[in-house]
Every structure is written in structure tokens, then in C-alpha cells.
Ligand binder design. Structure first.
Ligand code: XMP
Length: 517
């Protein structure tokens, strides 16, 4: 089997690098992010049809600035440099890069001089998104100028003898309306890709791989969290190996209302998977009694999770593998960290440390997929919408959303308030429009009035936190309709005993985080 056609993206550290990879995949071409120093030799070993050099925060003329292996320009496949990537390419091919007279940030008019190759099928003037201080000021005679802006005469260039292209702007962001066309021109017309990447194809390939690894008498354990990643892994493995899959769901009592039921109904009921539910609700609560420090809560919960999971895993006969929902961003982040390229196991999945301790081998069928691709896969595997489109939920669950001590009465208040919030978000069509939405219980007594009396006793503040985010590294508060907020607040104060005040969190990340603890 020929390896699938791939566009390699060399990552110079731009905040948009992952976005480039996703945009290429949206053109149905598989893409992979590699460190900027990946050698031409390494690229030659795969079915690499083209290379994109990403943007990055450095200046190419500074000492120690990252460059790419110049032999990449000899590979014979098209190379597209974006922003810093263009500057690196032009510098290595004899051009000059300097600080620009003016820095260009934001939307800029681009005048296209040569509407062919990279800039084919575009109007003669279009808007592009700029974000740079340096510019390419001179290129050798072998380069053609394809387009310019007021502040950047060489805004898009191409080499006449080699298939090397550069753009100073960012075609990968939605603020560049012609960006998608440019990337399509690159991957289809210039690189000759056929566009065969479909998430659905992953299912067959993954099933084949799993069947080849797992012997007839062996079993695979999958820890279900109720989140989309582990759910998709379970559904996929079930299709591959049927009843040789055993799922373990640790009910730590820190879930939302009806969450454990949804997991049971889906996996035991619908898929008829061997699901073992570890009811550890009392055990977790007992360990959390009197604990108020958030870090301490996380440690206790992580430790307890491993202990409970272990006890159940050890009872599974013939268990040789542990399946995890590691996804591509987890792999890239760890691969690019100071530790070099060694990919690490997803730490916050709470099962870090288990495979080695218990002697399991890891199965990670989602390692190459972005979150939105995992969701498509989940839909293709027949998972219910409530699981596939679920917002992220932290491993320590509601314990980090009950400020102060975690007790059952407090959890009950939070669960009820949170359920109302989610119901109303669904009803108003807002759930899928935001990245994450939840309630936080802040047990401070503020004065209230109910009936004829003033109330303090046993009253709490509930804070609503709704955010928009693409990668959860930065986030903005959602500009949700006041009418929805009004309904949610009124329902919570009327229906949930112990709440007399509701507030809306308008903090951005940074400096705040998405979770309160
Ligand atoms: P923060 O609060 O750091 O959250 O802005 C970013 C994203 O990560 C989620 N989160 C966690 N997920 N275990 C997890 O699995 C954790 O301990 C944890 N803490 C935060 C958070 O919900 C948000 O989506």
C-alpha cells in the first residue's frame, strides 16, 4: 500500500501552525506538523507531496534564529513559505530580510500582479491578514513578484526555476477570504495532490491495525470518561475486536446529572459493550472531605482514580492493552516541548503511569486526528450527538467547580444549576456555538430577599462561565443573548434551593483560566 499523500508543515512556532494543518486537511489532504529542523532525508521517506514552512516569532537575521534544511528546496516538491517561513525560504535562496518601515497587523489590501499558480482564481485585489514586523526587501532575479501591499512590495513571490513560493500574509486564517483558494491551488495544482483524505477512511485502517496487534485471547481495556475522545476510541475498538474490549467507567461522584446514565445507556445498552462501572462515589467524597486547596483536590482525585481503575483493570483476564484517547494536539504539544520530539502520554487523561505499572501496551487510534476530525469519526461510528458534541470536561470534574470544600449538598446544588444552564443553552441553540459552558458554585453568603425576609443562611453564588475558544489556550467570554442569560438565572434562582445570586463571568484567558480552579 502506498503511504497516503502528505503535506509536511515545518513548525517555526507560529500560533497558527495547527491551523495550517487543519486547513490542508479540510482540502482532504493529510498533513503533519514536524519540527522546523526536520531534514530533507526525513521528508523523503514519506509520500510528501509538498512542504509548508509556517510563521514564527523569531527574526531570520538574528543569530540562532531557526532555519530549515536547505536541501528541502532540492526535494523537487513544491514549498510554500508563510510569513516567517517565506522569509526563511527567501533568505536561504539569496534574498534579504529586514525590519519593515511599518509593522503590518490585521486586514490589508493585496494587489495581485500575477493571477496564476498560487494566486490563480482570485480577484486582482483582495483582503489578506498580516501579522509581521520584518519583510523580504530583496530577492534574486530568479524570483517573480506575485502580489504586493502598501507596506510590503514583496507580499507574495515565486521562484522561477524551483517550485518555491512565499506569502507574507496568512492564508490559513479566516480573515484572509481568498486563503482557502490559495491553499487549494497549492495542494491540488502545484503539489498534484488528489485529495483522498477522509476521516471515514481512518476507521478501516485503524480497525485493521488493532486486529493485527491484539491476539485472539487478548483483551483491551478502555477507560471511559464520558468525553468524546475516549467514547470514540471505545466505539472504534468495539467494531474492531467486539467483546475482547472491556470498558471501565470510574464514577467518582463528580459528574454532572445524568452523565453516568448516558455512558451506561450508550455503551452497555446500545453497543452492548462489556462495561464495568466502578461506583467510587463515596470513596472520592471521603478523601475530599475538608480539602479546599485546588491543587490538593486534583492530586487526591488523580491518585484515587488510578487506584480504583487499577483494582478493576486487574480483574480483567487476559488484558494486555490499554486504549487511550490521545489526539493529535496532545502529541504535537509534547513533541515540541523542551524534551525534544519524544511524544508523551496524555497526562491529564488521568491514566498516565498506568500502562507502565500494569505492564499494558498502549493503543492510541486517534493520535493523528484533530478534535473536529474525532467528532466526525464519532458521528460515523454512530455515537449519540450528546457524546460527540460534548464540551470538554476536566478530569477532576465538578470538584474544581465547587469552590472550597466539596460536599454532596454542594455538588447537588451545582449539578442542578449546571443542568439548567445546559438545557437552556441547548434549547436556545447556543450549545454548539460556544466552546465550553458551565456553572461554578461559589459558596459565599450574600444578602438576598425571599418572600418578606432577608436571607443569608445557606445561600450561594452561582457563576456562569461561557467561553469561545478554538484551542483552549486562549478564550474569550461568549457574547450570549441577554434573554438566554435571564432565563437561566431566573430558573436557577427559582428552582435550585440554596442559590440567591447568579453572576456572569466576563474574564478572558489570559489572564484568567477557563476553569475557576
Ligand atoms: P483552563 O482552566 O486551564 O482550561 O483554562 C483549559 C481547558 O482544559 C480543561 N481542563 C482540564 N482537563 N483535566 C482535564 O482533563 C484537568 O485537570 C483540567 N483542567 C482544566 C478545561 O475544562 C478547559 O477545557
Amino acid at each position: 500500500m502506498t503511504p497516503r499523500e502528505t503535506i509536511a508543515i515545518l513548525d517555526f512556532g507560529s500560533q497558527y501552525s495547527q491551523l495550517i494543518a487543519r486547513r490542508v486537511r479540510e482540502c482532504h489532504v493529510y498533513s503533519e506538523l514536524l519540527p522546523s529542523h526536520a531534514t530533507a532525508e526525513r521528508l523523503r521517506s514519506g509520500n510528501v507531496k509538498g512542504v509548508i514552512l509556517s510563521g514564527g516569532p523569531a527574526s531570520v537575521y538574528e543569530s540562532g534564529a531557526p532555519r530549515c534544511d536547505p536541501a528541502i528546496f532540492e526535494l523537487g516538491v513544491p514549498v510554500l513559505g508563510i510569513c516567517y517561513g517565506m522569509q526563511v525560504a527567501c533568505q536561504l535562496l539569496g534574498g534579504q530580510v529586514q525590519a519593515g518601515q511599518t509593522r503590518e497587523y490585521g486586514r490589508t489590501r493585496l494587489r495581485i500582479h500575477r493571477p496564476d499558480t498560487l494566486l490563480a482564481h482570485l480577484p486582482s485585489e483582495t483582503t489578506v491578514w498580516m501579522s509581521h514586523g520584518d519583510i523580504v526587501t530583496a530577492v534574486p532575479a530568479a524570483f517573480d513578484t506575485l502580489a504586493s501591499t502598501d507596506g510590503c512590495p514583496l507580499a507574495a513571490v515565486r521562484h522561477r526555476e524551483r517550485p518555491v513560493f512565499g506569502v507574507q500574509f496568512h492564508p490559513e486564517v479566516t480573515h484572509t477570504p481568498g486563503g482557502e483558494q490559495m491553499l487549494r491551488n497549492f495542494v491540488y495544482d502545484l503539489c498534484g495532490c488528489r485529495g483522498e483524505w477522509r476521516v471515514g477512511n481512518v476507521i478501516d485502517a485503524a480497525i485493521e491495525q488493532v486486529r493485527a496487534r491484539v491476539g485472539p485471547a487478548q483483551r483491551v481495556i478502555c477507560g471511559l470518561s464520558g468525553g468524546v475522545d475516549s467514547s470514540v476510541v471505545a466505539a472504534l475498538l468495539h467494531r474492531a475486536i467486539g467483546d475482547r474490549l472491556v470498558c471501565i467507567f470510574v464514577d467518582n461522584g463528580l459528574c454532572r446529572n445524568r452523565e453516568a446514565e448516558l455512558v451506561e445507556a450508550t455503551f452497555r445498552g446500545h453497543f452492548q459493550i462489556d462495561l464495568r462501572v466502578a461506583d467510587a462515589r463515596e470513596r472520592f467524597l471521603a478523601r475530599l472531605a475538608g480539602v479546599t486547596d485546588p491543587q490538593q483536590k486534583r492530586l487526591i482525585i488523580g491518585h484515587e482514580f488510578i487506584a480504583v481503575f487499577r483494582e478493576h483493570a486487574e480483574r480483567v483476564e487476559g488484558a494486555a492493552f490499554l486504549a487511550q484517547g490521545t489526539i493529535y494536539p496532545d502529541v504535537i504539544e509534547s513533541g515540541h516541548g523542551p524534551g525534544g520530539q519524544t511524544a508523551m502520554i496524555k497526562a491529564h487523561h488521568n491514566v498516565g503511569g498506568l500502562p507502565a505499572e500494569l505492564g499494558f501496551e498502549l493503543i492510541e487510534p486517534l493520535r493523528n486526528l484533530f478534535k473536529d476530525e474525532v467528532r466526525l469519526l464519532g458521528e460515523a461510528l454512530g455515537l449519540p450527538e450528546a457524546l460527540v458534541w460534548r464540551h470538554p470536561f476536566p478530569g477532576p470534574g465538578l470538584a474544581v467547580r465547587v469552590i472550597g470544600e466539596v460536599t454532596e449538598p454542594r455538588l447537588r446544588i451545582l449539578r442542578d444549576a449546571d443542568e439548567i444552564l445546559l438545557d437552556e443553552l441547548h434549547a436556545a441553540g447556543w450549545y454548539r456555538r460556544i466552546a465550553q459552558g458551565f456553572a461554578v458554585l461559589v459558596p459565599v453568603a450574600s444578602v438576598g430577599v425571599m418572600g418578606d425576609g432577608r436571607t443569608y443562611e445557606g445561600q450561594n453564588l452561582v457563576v456562569l462561565r461561557l467561553v469561545e475558544s478554538t484551542d483552549f489556550m486562549t478564550a474569550d467570554w461568549a457574547r450570549i443573548d441577554y434573554a438566554v442569560l435571564a432565563t437561566v438565572a431566573s430558573r436557577i434562582m427559582n428552582e435550585v434551593r440554596g442559590v440567591n445570586r447568579v453572576a456572569y463571568d466576563i474574564s478572558t484567558k489570559p489572564p484568567a483560566t477557563i476553569e475557576w480552579q
